[in-house]
Design a protein around this ligand. Structure first.
Ligand SMILES: *[C@@H]1O[C@H](CO)[C@@H](O)[C@H](O)[C@H]1NC(C)=O
Ligand SMILES: *[C@@H]1O[C@H](CO)[C@@H](O)[C@H](O)[C@H]1NC(C)=O
Ligand SMILES: *[C@@H]1O[C@H](CO)[C@@H](O)[C@H](O)[C@H]1NC(C)=O
Ligand SMILES: *[C@@H]1O[C@H](CO)[C@@H](O)[C@H](O)[C@H]1NC(C)=O
Ligand SMILES: *[C@@H]1O[C@H](CO)[C@@H](O)[C@H](O)[C@H]1NC(C)=O
Ligand SMILES: [Zn+2]
Length: 942
């Protein structure tokens, strides 16, 4: 899945009872189907038992249906799945889909139990079992639905025979809910007409919500998919369309679209979509590439950018993996309602609109970068993840970490002038350092038995899996060299294609590549990587230029905390050290003189660096006098390391603050962004204290030079030429305005007023919109806010909507923010997919913080039930609303909140609650220790 955007599934608490109205057509569909398959039915046996649900029991049990993992007794081979989603509600107002499915499975070990996943599906006919061999199938004794473990258990009178194959046939109905999971519906308006799309999100455990299946990634099979749909709509699935016919079923004229059978694949990668979307296409060699979206968006050309980069990226990965793209087509589709950023369904990748659609006039370069990197991420999965799949979710980090690393390589091929590969340091390495430095962090790899329930599986889709995974794989590729790394990768993919693996399988293939090369890491790949993968956290390497000693230590943001988990490696790592003095990178060789030393060139290593005081002083001096001799990535690193070392009490806070002094003359994006990220923490801790004023003055002074630089460069009329320069132009504007620089606030006010006078012509440059909107709404009142809301409702480009949605959280009048908070729980106003991120935006505003916290506390039960028990985004929500906490009182409130809601639970936010408590405790200590010093320093910064 695309990173950074987290699944937030609604659990079906929809209490509406389905009335009999739907049943008539269900039966009609089943009649048609049984005519088609009647020739197969000779061995069919009528079950004697009824479908029941088990009597609730409190007894613990070792029965297979009480386990979260399937037994290994049966192995699916092929499925025939026919689904008919209804895009109009039935008489009771419910949207439903009907389906038939037959699965052929082989019995591996004799058993009298068929356990198959099925969640929220109602069987409309007794399931039937047919033997495909010579012996007749056993008679079905009873069928029990286990809602907790999401199984349908079919108990047989006799045993299935090992080595024989059987076919299980089911007919069922499910709700096509707007819950963003399984087979679900997305809605939007086009020319005033409401339109409904039926679409899917199966990962991780929701294929079972679309049809009964053996819903584990290693239970690969071939899928024959058929969709029934209105002739005016288009049906899509993983495979190409094999046959399309019009038929009449129960007085309804429908198209039946049959897809070519899939390759052998996992259930979580399936996709079925019915819509009236438009598309554009391109053929490269024999490969068909298409981009689908709302007709309005396609007609406006919003798919063109995605189409223009896809072929390049696919070709790049074919070379990189040395395996041809495994499918005959590649479809990508943008959906109005979609919870993750994107999903790598094999051959039919789904995206939220902002991750795929680009409008030259309206979208920013940040939107563009997001699109090209997410496309690269999902295309990378078409091999790594889809062709070769992890055996179980505990190894998810390998799948997501890998895609999160190579997305930069793919995007770089499509946009070679952007230096996009450098940005992994800010976006992933620095970002995950912040989390992995907590005592409550966790190792990349978990044991299979620790990851069992759907909500535990959701919880592994976190920043550690994506960003730490990406960071350590980048380090590995760097120290093995890219040649050796890709060599091992290629044999791994070739050897395991259409199969499943554990992460050590990759190490084995990399080891073979090492053995046949001249690369000489000091230990085996496995020995080195075990330390990065099996223990949480990372080291801080201390280089003492006086003594020439290098030491390592587990880096904890709060050194008084103890890591949650013991490590068999004692928190020691094999650390690849690269270093430089003056300009050239050197082989590892000790020679110290009075000159500065800098380690971890380009932050390819997953560690922080500390030095003796003298070397720090020398580095500060170089930054001030000849910063060009330090690579730009390392200028960002020095700041980030210093601030974090200071936070951990390893160096003085004032030393960290001094790393920002050189910014007065710096114009590069990465150092600025790194500094702003770190100063953000100071804002969070101090924007309600007397430190605020002097801090604003200091930051304002620094940014003035940057603002002037961009004024001279383009006078705010044109874009600076470089990609990251464009980002820094935005930083200049945003920070200059937020620190009250008059030249900036006047500029912004004028632009926004011009727009309000003539809403049909937005004079604000696409890149600058987020910053301008936020600044204007913060300075304005009800009139500005209502105007933004109106524009939000009218906007037809999703990225534009997102900018307005975030900017409306910048308001400073509490009543506006409270009203906005209420809107987040009304899906007619704010789409469910956006609810939690809107609340988080409000909480990051100093005025909105207490309002959002009260709001979440007051509505926790409702939010939790509406927005998903097994969801991803609770951890984001909880971290988002508590990140400013830094007082005893807030800590007590947080603990109270945890205890008061223990009976409701926190789902995927469980760990985040712990992390928030830990973070708050650390913040309290930090503020107590640093407030005085920081205040003095900002008053007199030297
Ligand atoms: C599944 O469908 C395919 C093509 O529609 C057909 O050839 C095959 O016999 C079906 N298999 C089963 C088990 O129904
Ligand atoms: C399935 O059955 C349950 C219980 O009778 C009912 O509440 C639900 O609405 C049904 N779902 C569908 C889609 O028919
Ligand atoms: C099915 O019906 C639609 C609408 O009448 C028509 O446009 C389409 O060509 C028909 N498709 C086939 C395969 O007959
Ligand atoms: C999949 O891999 C396993 C373990 O390496 C191997 O035993 C099995 O034969 C492979 N299956 C296929 C279909 O290649
Ligand atoms: C560090 O990164 C820069 C910018 O991407 C690159 O030009 C340089 O070659 C890298 N240095 C090393 C030693 O890899
Ligand atoms: Zn992914």
């Amino acid at each position: 899945m695309g990173k950074g955007f987290f699944i937030n599934k609604t659990v079906g608490i929809v209490g509406i009872v389905l009335a009999a109205g739907a049943i008539a057509t269900i039966i009609a569909l089943s009649v048609v189907y049984s005519q088609e398959k009647s020739k197969n039915n000779e061995n069919e046996v009528k079950p004697t038992g009824a479908v029941t649900t088990p009597v609730p029991t409190t007894e613990p049990s070792n029965e297979p249906w009480d386990q979260w993992r399937l037994p290994q007794t049966l192995s699916p081979q092929t499925y025939n799945v026919t689904l008919w989603p209804r895009l109009q509600p039935d008489a009771t107002g419910l949207y439903i889909f009907r389906g038939l499915s037959s699965v052929v499975f082989r019995c591996v070990e004799k058993t009298n139990l068929i356990l198959i996943h099925s969640n929220k599906l109602n069987m409309t006919l007794q399931p039937t079992l047919t033997a495909l061999g010579s012996k007749p199938a056993p008679i079905i004794e009873s069928i029990v639905m286990h809602t907790k473990t999401q199984y349908m258990a079919i108990h047989l009178k006799d045993e299935l025979t090992a080595g024989e194959s059987y076919e299980l046939y089911t007919e069922f109905v499910g709700e096509l809910a707007d819950d963003l999971g399984g087979f679900y519906r997305s809605e939007y308006y086009e020319n005033g007409v409401k339109k409904v799309v039926a679409t899917t999100q199966m990962q991780a455990t929701d294929a079972r919500k679309a049809f009964p299946c053996f819903d584990e990634p290693a239970m690969k099979a071939v899928f024959h998919i058929t969709l029934y749909h209105d002739p005016a709509t288009v049906a899509l699935s993983n495979g190409e369309i094999a046959l399309k016919v019009n038929i009449t079923v129960d007085d309804t004229f429908v198209t039946r679209t049959t897809f070519a059978p899939t390759e052998v694949m996992s259930t979580y990668l399936l996709a079925f979509i019915v819509s009236d979307f438009g598309f554009i296409e391109q053929n490269i060699d024999k490969l068909q590439i298409r981009i689908f979206a709302r007709q309005e968006a396609i007609n406006a050309g919003q798919g063109e950018y995605a189409l223009s980069v896809t072929g390049t990226i696919l070709k790049f990965f074919e070379d990189y993996y040395n395996v041809p793209y495994p499918l005959p087509k590649s479809d990508q589709i943008a959906l109005p309602d979609f919870n993750a950023g994107a999903m790598e369904n094999w051959g039919l990748i789904t995206y939220r609109e902002t991750a795929l659609l680009y409008d030259e006039e309206i979208s920013s370069n940040g939107n563009k970068e997001r699109i090209v990197t997410i496309i690269a991420h999902e295309l990378a999965h078409q091999w790594f993840g889809n062709l070769v799949t992890i055996r179980w979710w505990n190894d998810l980090w390998l799948n997501e970490g890998f895609a999160s690393y190579v997305e930069y390589l793919g995007a770089d091929k499509a946009e070679p002038t952007w230096n996009i590969k450098d940005l992994i340091v800010l976006n992933d390495v620095h970002r995950v350092f912040a989390i992995d430095a907590l005592a409550s962090s966790h190792p990349l790899s978990s044991k299979e038995e620790e990851i069992q329930r759907p909500e535990q599986i959701s919880e592994v889709f976190d920043t550690i899996s994506y960003s730490k995974g990406a960071s350590v794989l980048r380090m590995l590729s760097d120290f093995l060299t890219e040649t050796v790394f890709t060599q091992g990768l290629q044999t791994y993919l070739d050897h395991f294609k259409f199969n499943n693996t554990v992460y050590t399988d990759l190490w084995e293939h990399l080891q073979r590549a090492v053995d046949s090369s001249t690369s000489t890491p000091p230990r085996s790949v496995q020995d080195i990587m075990d330390r990065w993968v099996l223990q949480m956290g990372f080291p801080v390497v201390t280089i003492n230029t006086e003594t020439g000693q290098i030491t390592q230590e587990h880096f904890l943001l709060d050194p008084e905390t103890k890591p949650d988990r013991p490590s068999e490696f004692n928190y020691e790592w094999f650390v690849p050290i690269s270093w430089t003095k003056k300009e050239a990178a050197q082989p590892l060789y000790w020679l110290f003189d009075d000159n500065w030393v800098l380690a971890n060139i380009n932050v390819t290593g997953y560690y922080r660096v500390n030095y003796d005081n003298e070397n720090w002083e020398r580095l500060l001096n170089v930054l001030q006098t000849s910063r060009q001799s330090i690579p730009v990535i390392n200028r960002a690193q020095i700041i980030d390391d210093a601030f974090n070392l200071a936070k951990a009490g390893i160096i003085e806070t004032t030393l960290a603050l001094r790393t920002t002094l050189f910014l007065a003359s710096e114009t590069e994006y990465m150092p600025w962004e790194s500094a702003l990220d770190n100063l953000d923490y100071f804002y969070l801790m101090f924007d309600r204290t007397e430190v605020y004023g002097p801090m604003q003055t200091y930051v304002g002074n620094k940014v003035e030079g940057l603002f002037d630089y961009f004024t001279r460069l383009t006078n705010w009329e044109n874009l600076p030429p470089g990609h990251t320069d464009q980002y820094n132009q935005v930083n200049a504007l945003r920070v200059a305005c937020s620190t009250g620089l008059e030249a900036c606030t006047t500029l912004v006010k004028t632009w926004f007023e011009q727009w309000m006078e003539n809403p049909n012509v937005n004079p604000i440059k696409a890149n600058l919109r987020s910053a301008v909107y936020c600044s204007a709404i913060a300075a304005g009142g009800e009139k500005e806010w209502n105007f933004a809301w109106e524009m939000f409702e009218k906007a037809t480009v999703a990225s534009e909507k997102d900018k307005l949605r975030a900017a409306m959280a910048c308001a400073t009048e509490p009543w506006l923010l409270n009203r906005y908070l209420k809107y987040t729980l009304d899906s007619n106003k704010i789409r469910k997919q956006d609810a939690t991120s809107t609340i988080i935006s409000i909480a990051s505003n100093v005025v909105g913080q207490p309002l959002a916290w009260d709001f979440v506390r007051a509505n926790w039960e409702y939010i939790f039930k509406q927005y998903g028990g097994g969801s991803f985004s609770f951890s984001n929500l909880i971290n988002g609303i508590t990140k400013r906490f830094s007082t005893e009182f807030e800590l007590q409130q947080l603990i109270q909140f945890r205890d008061d809601n223990a009976h409701i639970g926190f789902g995927s936010g469980t760990l985040a609650i712990q992390q928030s408590i830990e973070r708050t405790t650390a913040n309290i200590k930090w503020v107590k220790k640093n407030q005085e010093t920081v205040l003095e320093w900002f008053i007199n910064p030297l």
